[in-house]
Design a protein around this ligand. Structure first.
Ligand SMILES: NC(=O)c1ccc[n+]([C@@H]2O[C@H](COP(=O)([O-])OP(=O)(O)OC[C@H]3O[C@@H](n4cnc5c(N)ncnc54)[C@H](OP(=O)(O)O)[C@@H]3O)[C@@H](O)[C@H]2O)c1
Length: 165
C-alpha cells in the first residue's frame, strides 16, 4: 500500500517557509496514528522541518538528489524514486508524507489518501498537487473536534483508489 498523508487549507496550502502554516495538535495526533509502525517517505526539505530528526517508531526514508547528504540514524537516504521502489516490499505500508515534490513523484503510485482538510485560509508558499478525486472513492470522513488548542474547523478524509475490475 502506498498512501499520501497531508493536511491542506481551503486554498490548497500545505507549507510556508519550510514549515506548516498552522498549529493543529489533533492533526499531529492523526498523523502519528496513521504513520506509526509504518514506513514514511519524505523530501529533504520536509525532513529538515522536523526539529528532532527522524520520527520515532517509523522507518524514515528521505529523498534527496545529493548522495552525500547525511540523515540522522536510523533514517535512510535514497536519491531516486526507483531506489525507493526497489527497497519496499508489497506488504509494506508506505506513507508518503510530502512535501509537494514527493507527492508529485508518487501521484501515479498512490492508492490511499489520508487528508486533513482545514476549513480556513492561511498564508502559504507551497500547495498540494492536483489530485483527480474521480479516481478515488471516499471511504471515511470524520469531523474534527475543536477546542482551545485546535481552533480551526477541520475534517479527516480517507480515499481509496478505484480499481478497474
Ligand atoms: N501540510 C502538510 O501535510 C505537509 C506535508 C509535508 C510537507 N509540508 C510542507 O511543505 C514544504 C516542503 O515541501 P517542498 O515540496 O518544498 O519540499 P520537499 O518535497 O519536502 O523536499 C524537496 C526536496 O526533495 C528532493 N527531491 C525532490 N524531487 C526529487 C527527485 N526527483 N529526485 C531526488 N530528490 C528529489 C530534493 O532534495 P535536495 O535538494 O536535497 O536534492 C528537493 O529539494 C514545507 O513547508 C513543509 O512544512 C506540509
Amino acid at each position: 500500500m502506498i498512501g499520501f498523508v497531508w493536511a491542506e487549507d481551503d486554498l490548497g496550502n500545505i507549507g510556508i517557509n519550510g514549515h506548516l502554516p498552522w498549529k493543529l495538535p489533533n492533526d499531529m495526533k492523526r498523523f502519528k496514528d496513521v504513520t506509526t509502525g509504518n514506513t514514511i517517505v519524505m523530501g529533504r526539505k520536509t525532513y529538515e522541518s522536523f526539529p528532532n530528526g527522524p520520527l520515532p517508531n517509523r522507518k524514515n526514508i528521505v529523498i534527496s538528489r545529493d548522495s552525500s547528504y547525511r540523515v540522522q540514524k536510523p533514517a535512510l537516504l535514497v536519491n531516486t524514486k526507483q531506489q525507493l521502489l526497489d527497497m519496499i516490499t508489497p506488504d509494506e505500508q508506505v506513507m508518503i508524507i510530502g512535501g509537494k515534490t514527493i507527492f508529485e513523484m508518487f501521484k501515479d503510485n498512490v492508492d490511499t489518501l489520508f487528508v486533513t482538510k482545514i476549513h480556513h485560509s492561511f498564508d502559504g508558499d507551497t500547495k498540494m498537487i492536483e489530485i483527480n478525486y474521480n479516481e478515488f472513492k471516499l471511504i471515511e470522513k470524520k469531523e474534527g473536534i475543536m477546542d482551545d488548542k485546535n481552533i480551526y474547523p477541520y475534517t479527516f478524509e480517507t480515499f481509496k483508489r478505484l480499481t478497474n475490475v
